[in-house]
Design a protein around this ligand. Sequence first.
Ligand SMILES: C[S@@+](CC[C@H](N)C(=O)[O-])C[C@H]1O[C@@H](n2cnc3c(N)ncnc32)[C@H](O)[C@@H]1O
Length: 268
Amino acid sequence: MDAELLVAHALGLDRLQLYLQFDRPLGEAELSTIRELVRRRGAHVPVAYLVGEREFFSLAFRVDERVLVPRPETEHLVETARVHLLGVRGAGGASPVFADVGTGSGCIAVALLHEVPAARGHAIDIEAGALEVARANAERHGVQDRLTFHEGDLLAPLRDQPDWGRLDAVLSNPPYVLEDDESVERGVRDHEPHGALFVEGSDPLVVAARLAEEALDALAPGGLLAFEVGLGGAGAARRRLADLGYAQVAVVPDLAGIDRVVCGQRPG
Ligand SMILES: C[S@@+](CC[C@H](N)C(=O)[O-])C[C@H]1O[C@@H](n2cnc3c(N)ncnc32)[C@H](O)[C@@H]1O
């Protein structure tokens, strides 16, 4: 699969065309482009960075080393939010509004706006470079007029905004990997942005827990907090949301059966 993606990319073809042009001879320039891609893949550079994009929720997202490569398990977060926001619209008739905290490539916010045409969103990231990629992806998919970009820590950039206290959803795929986690693949550790993945200390939920506290003030009553957790993290996350007073605390498994999304609603 990697080989097909790289060769197709080098030749400016899609994978199907590769099979349709199976016996096409390659010129020296094409071969040298392919060799360079193979060399970089051999150095564990993720394929998504080599070809410059990755599909997420059936949309193509531009990616480079400033942003995490979108993962399929994160689609469950989008689906959970989609169902909630469509429900908000049905009940109130107003435009639902959400915040995507740690937007990275913008995959969560852009996919959601694509799915819920009435919604508006705020995309926040602590890295200016990530926000540039997110903005390009919003433009690519024609949702830039409904998405506002903010640089800063968690929900802080929204504190003085009119939507503070009125958000229908706060969504996040926050960093949750511990530095000493040896299961992290070399390509991920060496090439994906460190601050997107790793947390300091020994608590994988340190960022998510801080977000859960802030979100209690940012959400409207009944508003949804939903965030992704790593393997084995859901139980502790549920307890923290319950301790903070969230209602309807629940967990959504991914396709591998791993509890992946933890959510709760601001009471009231
Ligand atoms: C795991 S990545 C998620 C990216 C994207 N939402 C996705 O699901 O593919 C986490 C993102 O959160 C950002 N981030 C980390 N700490 C943050 C903080 N304290 N406030 C805002 N963003 C933060 C990182 O820069 C990174 O883009």
